[in-house]
Design a protein around this ligand. Sequence first.
Ligand SMILES: [Zn+2]
Length: 654
Amino acid sequence: MKPLFVNHSSSSRAVCKEKSCHQAFTSNEESHPLLSESLAGRGSSGSGSAKVSAMKKHAVLAIFLLLSMSVFADDDFPDDWLTVAEKTDFRATSSYDETMGFLRRLETAAPGLIRVTDFGRSGQGRPLLLVIVSSDGAFTPEAAAATGKPVVLLQSCIHAGEVDGKDATLMVLRDIALERKPELAKGVIILFAPIYNADGHERVSPYNRSNQNGPVEGMGYRATANGINLNRDFLRLESPEARAMARLVAIWNPHLHVDNHVTNGSDHAWVLTWLVAEAPQLDKTVDAWVGAHLPKVLAEIEAAGHPNGPYVSLVSGSDPAEGMIWDVSQPRYSSGYFPLRNRPSILIEMHAHKPFQDRVYANRAFMEELIGEIGRSGKELVRAVAAADAAEIARGRADAEPSEVVVRWDVAEEGDTLTWPAHEWAVEDSVVLGGSRVRYHPGEIREVNLEWRHTPVPELTLPRPRGYIVLAGWPQIEEVTAGHGLRAYRIEKDAELEVETIRLSKPEFATFPYQGVVMVEDFEVSRQTERRAIPAGSLWIPADQPNFEIAVQLFEPEAPDSLVRWGALSTVFERKIYIGTDVLEELAHEMLDDDAIRQEWEAALDNPDFAVNRSARYLWWYRRTPYWDETIGLLPVLRVMRPAELELEVWPGL
Ligand SMILES: [Zn+2]
């Protein structure tokens, strides 16, 4: 059966392109320099093509410059400078090897401007490609910071079948490297991760994305080799890819992030849709920069023939007229993670039903306009994120006025009205599902005014702690703390401190895995102030750091992506020691001499279910003995609410 793109009669052939992509990487080591000599072709194991002498590079560059000035018309590059998508008339996307080859040629053409490196390894050992574009030759985070220019991180193929951003950005970089649009690189430093999910990208099939209109020769697979959806892993860091991305982000601290996707779900005239977390989830100064500049970018590309609108997330699958709602971006997603770092992340969702070529051109136009706009107004962006960082540090200082942190967000009831250029739809019978379904009829536009709810409002807030203590002996917490580059200290000596403890009870576990994990869906929480022993080796994570909200989201159990919810701390629910019923029977008889306990017991027995539940009765008595393990349900993360004296040494991370 041929792949069928819904709403389009496709003449596509179901050709599964043979890929000779699998480098024989045997090592999967994590420690990876951000400037890998081998990949960039400067080390002893570099490829021949990249080992050009400096003189040769200059000669090659001179030739390209000459050609670019004299021969090229717009988009009229010689065949050897076309991307795979262009060369194949948008029937194919570039493989990992083809992408790397193209980028290396750009680097050779513009060696002082473009550097190709990697930021880690995939599960199967592929280098995770990273391109750095800097007209100042600022190819390290320190050099980039010294320029004072904004750093923008463009990321594609997190869902590896959604390839548009990769093919589009390759064209933008070519325009920069071959000096068609050199001005784009003047005011901004670009980091480009073309194939974030490198392993999924090479699992090519024309059947990977049923709703996506091309490339017809196939596209990659959504998840990593071991089944992780990377766009659920920004906070938890289950995968080597997400750990590498978190490290890249921690080291470079880019001022803005773009995450390129392709989506379906409804049909409309827009070829590009977008989403960005707003204030107060995103710092309000940074949000103001986005609000002033993103609309300009979108208007420019609209004027250039690329219709666009906000990401379409319908309230009802059976009646589009019921409106749109942007669910709050949780930190498992890029759009929810970067606001924790006081940075915006723009989610781009190209409309899957549009032809691949139209999507790539629109995505390219967006990238180009955005880079240009950041170049022109980037100093303001740099100032805005610096102010947001400073404000977060100030709120966390030991002598700061008490304040609150937001643990969970909701969407405001009030929305805006939006005109949505939908394709005509009708409700029809569904053979597959029974009942009814919405069927869109492409070609006819039906403009409808929809309510669009999108503003985040705090749903749960807590008093801001002065910091967290992570008790010694919980490597899974230390790993994720280090992974995000949080500042922490090792407590040198045993201590005793007044802290706020968090105890959990009545956990409800999911009945099916999610990202390979049994999530904890619900529980009861109680917090109380008590003095506790803090063993030497515990970690102190102070609140006066710019990314402290990452710690809040990891450690406060009610947060949507807390370590508790992700099942990372589920041993706290387990009982490891027991009491013999004979011992307990003796103790119960003694305790019944106490009138208060006798009355409590009799009241408990009034519940007939309890009265016949042997396990509940056992636990009722066990909890009242000194043998009960008081750490059951106790989180190994303590909230410190008042400035504390501790002997500390700097913790280098892992
Ligand atoms: Zn996606």
